[in-house]
Write a new protein. Structure first.
Length: 385
């Protein structure tokens, strides 16, 4: 399948793009029918057929090769000039059935030329079409209708070209941001490893050298150095484990981004906040909400058959203190009468471990809702009401 905003890669994508472009050639039925009716001389029919074939070839070359990025403008200008000349000559020589060629000229201008040129070229092509059509009487309605179509279709293709260009730039920007984020993450890991292990490894090296020098003359002091090395090593191991646990900790910001991606990929309309609330509970409680969000979105994607999913955060004041509630609601098939699965059971245990509460069940007449409430930082752990 041809990917929007990207040049075709491989034979299959080339065929798909060719089919998409070629389907619009159906509007050439008027000149083809004019040739098949035999109203012209044999020479005019042959020349008209050759001109039409050359016109189609130039048109396909322009819209197939030059809709994304143009490195050489010479072939583009030559092909476009041939299109204009053929449309003019064929329209003047063979009659009003050939005026539709100017629509393809306008489409080519909109699809290939930068917008600063297209805004002048498209009206000029439309005006040329009207001038060519004025050679016959009684073409007022045809010229008016065809002129409007020529103008609108040309500018519509300009909009499509700008959309393609913006899509390409957006993809490039996303790739750049991802690369910068990866580089920043590598730098952060390097700094953390240096801070965690640099001092400990230096101390271990120093004490190892000292123990080696003391061992022949003072074994007791050497043994003390070895004991210090063991203590420093154990502390370094604890620090590394704590750091790894921090890296693995789920965050609401990361899970919100993942939720939008997962729902969109599943064809579900996501109503998901771009960022978590400004005030968050403690790290452990935030990690629990992040797990709740992941579990809820996973269930929506896998089992609900929903068309929409809404994620909301609500701060509540209760007798037990301030709470932060996460709710995930969909409009799918719901889960009435079904037992709680292992995922929800484990999630409920996680929420209760931080003093929170979990509710899951049908949302009105249709859909399913999961709500997880956890205490804020300044709230004592207890069962929220």
């Amino acid at each position: 399948m041809y990917t929007f905003g990207r040049p075709p890669q491989g034979r299959r994508q080339c065929l798909a793009k060719s089919a998409w472009i070629g389907v619009w050639l159906v509007f050439l039925s008027a000149p083809v029918k004019d040739l098949a009716d035999g109203r012209h001389t044999a020479l005019a029919t042959v020349l008209g057929s050759l001109g039409l074939a050359l016109f189609v070839g130039c048109y396909l070359t322009l819209v197939f090769r030059y809709t994304t990025k143009i490195l050489q403008w010479g072939p583009v200008a030559a092909s476009f000039g041939v299109l204009v000349a053929l449309a003019t000559v064929l329209g003047l020589s063979l009659g009003d059935h050939w005026l539709g060629l100017f629509v393809y000229v306008s489409v080519s201008a909109g699809a290939v030329l930068p917008i600063r040129y297209a805004v002048w070229v498209i009206p000029a092509v439309t005006l040329l079409m009207i001038v060519v059509g004025l050679r016959d009487d009684g073409l007022g309605d045809l010229i008016t209708n065809l002129g409007v179509i020529t103008l609108l279709v040309g500018f519509a293709m300009s909009g499509v070209r700008e959309l393609i260009r913006t899509t390409v730039q957006l993809r490039q920007a996303r790739a750049t941001v991802a690369q910068l984020a990866a580089n920043e993450e590598r730098l952060r890991l390097a700094r953390d490893l240096h801070d965690l292990l640099g001092h400990s490894l230096s101390l271990i090296t120093l004490k190892s050298e000292l123990a080696g020098r003391m061992l022949p003359t003072d074994p007791d002091k050497a043994a003390q150095q070895v004991a210090d090395i063991e203590q420093v090593s154990r502390q370094a191991l604890v620090d590394v484990r704590e750091a790894v646990s921090g890296y693995r900790r789920r965050t609401l910001a990361g899970e919100l981004a993942g939720a939008r991606t997962a729902l969109t990929a599943a064809g579900i309309d996501p109503e998901v906040p771009l960022e978590p609330p400004a005030e968050l509970p403690g790290e452990e409680a935030e990690a629990v909400l992040a797990w709740a969000l992941r579990e809820a979105v996973t269930n929506v994607v896998r089992h609900s058959g929903a068309r929409r999913c809404t994620v909301q955060f609500t701060a509540r004041q209760t007798l037990a203190g301030r709470l932060l509630e996460l709710s995930v609601e969909d409009d799918g098939a719901g889960g009435a009468g079904l037992p709680a699965g292992n995922g929800l059971t484990g999630l409920g245990e996680r929420v209760e471990a931080v003093g929170g509460a979990l509710e899951a069940g049908p949302a009105g007449r249709r859909g399913f809702r999961l709500a997880a409430r956890v205490p804020m930082r300044d709230t004592a752990v207890g069962s929220p009401s």
